[in-house]
Design a binder for this molecule. Structure first.
Ligand code: CP
Ligand code: NVA
Length: 343
């Protein structure tokens, strides 16, 4: 397996202001939703990540890009990273965030989701949702004239995967040809990583316990994209074989939000999938360890791994900010207000 540790960081051949992926994405995505990574083309995924790198390097360029834009966040589940990355992200581009805690009243309970959408679109420019049911997000999208962003559902976590692949590009120079291994529950984070990896031409291997493999609809879609992009999606049940020679090893909690009642049942099933030093030693010597966070230290990952020099988990958390700013810029048409894009 080719080593990627020594790869030169690939700079974009042209400035982001002239990049064809970014310009095409700005034209197509303005006013659209992001419910799933599958809503995006490969070029659009590349555009978000390229713009994310630029926003990170030159935050001042974008500081008035979303002047006076209003964003509402309605969350049925807890959040640290997603919420704060969106709130700080829009605040630093001139807009404003309103947070609505839906943890005790799920969306659709007090009034229909369609009616909520028809109210919100009269006041705000973008609606960010964290839900249990993925259908809550797609139903809001079907009834809203302003963009809907999936900030995690039981099915996908697109904002996470975009930031994660931005982090991989930062570390390795490119995601193309990278051997990316996910170990653990074949759930929301895993789904978005499979789709994003395929969009960016990474080889994605997923190792889950039997009965916890990713959804077949996602596997089929990711394989279709991978075939078009010359990469591969592999599903295994052996974590040792899955991490063999990997450039990146990723895990998530074994018990996602809403699944707490399965904790006792899942603990022994997921034990062999723990990312510990023995498992990391099977990966390439230059391999990085990744986690979406929050981590259950001692369960899906040991302290020795998450606190090791191989761990890039806080770079991932940092890049949530930059990738989500890039996404907001594209969905809200914010590049039209950035001077360097007007030249
Ligand atoms: N990774 C992630 O989405 O973190 P939060 O649940 O804290 O938002
Ligand atoms: N799979 C986890 C991700 C948390 C960011 C969950 O859904 O709880």
């Amino acid at each position: 397996m080719a080593s990627r540790a020594t790869m030169e960081r690939k700079e974009s051949p042209q400035p982001v202001q002239k990049d064809p992926d970014v310009l095409a994405a700005a034209a197509r995505m303005a006013g659209e939703d992001l419910c799933s990574i599958a809503d995006l083309s490969s070029g659009e995924v590349r555009a978000i990540v390229k713009l994310g790198h630029d926003v990170k390097r030159n935050p001042r360029e974008y500081r008035h890009a979303l002047d006076a834009k209003q964003m509402v966040l309605m969350f049925e589940k807890a959040s640290l990273r997603t919420r704060l990355a969106f709130e700080t992200g829009i605040n630093t581009m001139g807009g404003n965030a309103i947070f609505v805690d839906q943890t005790s009243t799920p969306l659709g309970e007090r009034e229909t989701i369609a009616d909520v959408a028809r109210n919100l679109e009269r006041w705000v420019d973008v609606i960010v949702l964290r839900t249990y049911a993925h259908d809550t997000i797609t139903e809001m999208a079907a009834n809203s004239r302003v963009p809907i962003i999936n900030a995690l559902s039981d099915f996908e976590h697109p904002c996470q995967a975009l930031a994660d692949f931005m982090t991989l590009e930062e570390h390795f120079g490119t995601a193309t040809g990278l051997n990316f291994t996910y170990v653990g529950d074949g759930n929301n984070v895993c789904h978005s990583l499979m789709l994003t990896g395929a969009q960016l031409s990474a080889n994605v291997t997923v190792a889950t316990p039997r009965g916890y493999s990713p959804d077949i609809e996602i596997v089929t879609k990711a394989r279709e994209i991978a075939e078009a992009n010359g990469c591969e999606i592999r599903l295994l049940q052996d974590p040792q074989a899955a991490v063999e020679g990997a450039d990146a090893v990723y895990t998530d909690v074994c018990v996602s939000m809403g699944m707490e009642h399965e904790s006792t049942k899942r603990a022994p099933i997921f034990r062999p999938f723990q990312v510990n030093e023995a498992l990391m030693s099977k990966a390439a010597p230059h391999a990085v360890f990744m986690h979406c966070l929050p981590a259950r230290r001692g369960e899906e990952v040991t302290d020795a791994v998450i606190d090791s020099p191989q761990s890039i988990v806080f770079d991932q958390a940092e890049n949530r900010l930059h990738a989500q700013k890039a996404l907001l810029l594209l969905l809200l048409g914010g590049l039209a207000n950035v001077e360097s894009f007007q030249r």
